[in-house]
Design a protein around this ligand. Structure first.
Ligand code: PLP
Length: 437
């Protein structure tokens, strides 16, 4: 394997960016703050690989944090985007792709109506507004370690970047807003019951990640999502299933279906993102028609967006969704299995305590010997060992999420060459994780 080139140009660009952009990045985890070193600045990407401005090639296990399920620069997606771009970038008026993408989502997910937005943050924020409008209540229940974007009410004990930088709640969130968010431990039915008991007739909704993937991957205990649905309904509240990360990643129907579809229950509202935009800024929220029709202009709940449903996003999303089928998910599963086994073998040989958790094709490895089932146990992992592991993988040309609280993604473009490179890099990285400095 060719020796990686030093990140000289990346270091220079990062220095410049730090003068102009807070922390040098437009989203905190990208700064490599918790793993150390300079983030490689990416010049381009193709298939399973990222290429940095210093001339290094990396096998990409981040996949733009989920959207890139077919691989980078997939010809069908590029063709659709190029055609759409040639017709104009944004109209601020209805365009045919909006209803086409909405139809694709409605055909795959148990929602009757959807509205397109630009980010997962908008999707969850707007779904909560609908739930509040529908119930006339203000409070929401969220789980510690779940991340639903960066809107005010959802930043209490959030996962993802907030977990990476150990930020329990963001500065700048009004106390009154924070007071409407009740945070409870994940996978803990008693905590949910207690929250409802403490706030009778005040809770509009429970919002949950269909399977949490922003404190590492944590599967819901069997029946937990159904419990949330039934308990919310018993108390006159709604269940919002945040599928921004999990939706369309493990099966066409999303992860919640594993314990939902067969049992005949459905969350009231959903948030989607990532895969449905194929790498462009597009997300959506949806649910029952009676709830979604509360939105303006049909109803009294206001929500809008200059670029919402823009033609590039809908073209990219449609092109990608058309190529997702069961065979693709089987391939992704096989690839994830190969990597998880190789991770386990390398860490076991190096004597590093670890847990491999997965949600379908999404997985994460915690450096701890205790099972990880919630945020408290996720936080007990050895993040310093992860940082050493991460640095060594990067040196070997494997781009992992630069945080112990994020998950790995594979794409359909990850072929044997790319997977072998990861497998070969693992033993050295495992030894680095084992070394106490
Ligand atoms: N919900 C979940 C489950 C997510 O993983 C994310 C982002 O990672 C969001 C919401 C927010 O999405 P966005 O970053 O597009 O605002």
């Amino acid at each position: 394997m060719a020796r990686p080139k030093p990140l000289k140009r990346s270091a220079e660009l990062f220095g410049q960016a730090q003068h102009l952009i807070p922390g040098g990045v437009d989203s905190p985890v990208r700064a490599f703050g918790s793993v150390g070193g300079t983030p490689p600045f990416i010049s381009h990407a193709r298939g399973p690989y990222l290429y940095d401005v210093d001339g290094n090639e990396y096998v990409d296990l981040v996949c733009s944090w989920g959207p890139i399920i077919l691989g980078h620069a997939h010809p069908a997606v590029l063709e659709a985007v190029n055609l759409a771009a040639s017709r104009g970038l944004s109209f601020g008026a209805p365009q045919p792709g909006e209803a086409e993408l909405a139809a694709a989502i409605v055909s795959l997910m148990p929602v009757e109506k959807v509205r397109l937005v630009n980010s997962g943050t908008e999707a969850t924020m707007s779904a909560i507004r609908v739930a509040r409008g529908a119930t006339g209540r203000d409070k929401i229940i969220k789980f510690a370690g779940c991340y639903h974007g960066h809107s005010d009410g959802l930043l209490a004990e959030a996962g993802s970047g907030a977990a990476t930088f150990a930020i329990p709640g963001s500065a700048g969130v009004p106390a009154a807003t924070a007071a409407d968010t009740i945070v409870v431990a994940y996978n803990d039915p008693d905590a949910v019951r207690a929250a409802f008991a403490a706030h009778p007739d005040q809770v509009a909704a429970i919002i949950t990640e269909a399977a949490p993937a922003n404190m590492g991957a944590i599967a819901p205990a069997p029946g937990f999502n159904k419990f949330l649905h039934d308990t919310a309904h018993q108390h006159g509240a709604l269940l919002i299933s945040d599928e921004v990360l999990t939706g369309f990643r493990s099966s066409a129907q999303g992860y919640w279906g594993i314990d939902g579809a067969e049992e005949g229950w459905v969350p009231d509202l959903f948030a989607f993102g990532k895969v449905i935009g194929a790498g462009l800024p597009l997300a959506a929220f949806g649910g029952r028609a009676d709830l979604m029709d509360l939105l303006a202009p049909s109803g009294p709940v206001y929500q809008a967006g200059t670029l919402s449903g823009n033609p590039l996003g809908t073209a990219a999303g449609l092109a990608q969704l058309r190529l997702l089928d069961d065979a693709l998910y089987r391939r992704l599963n096989r690839k994830a299995e190969v990597l998880k086994q190789a991770w386990t073998d390398a860490l076991t040989s190096a004597g590093v305590p670890h847990q491999v958790n997965s949600i379908g094709t999404i997985f994460s490895v915690f450096f701890t010997d205790e099972p990880v089932t919630d945020y408290a146990s996720a936080k007990r992992q050895d993040t310093a060992a992860f940082a050493r592991f991460h640095a060594e993988m990067l040196r070997s040309g494997v781009y992992l999420p630069p945080s112990a609280f994020e998950v790995c993604f594979v794409s359909d473009a990850h072929d044997n060459r790319a997977l072998d490179r990861v497998v070969q890099a693992l033993p050295r990285a495992a030894e680095a994780a084992a070394r106490r400095e």
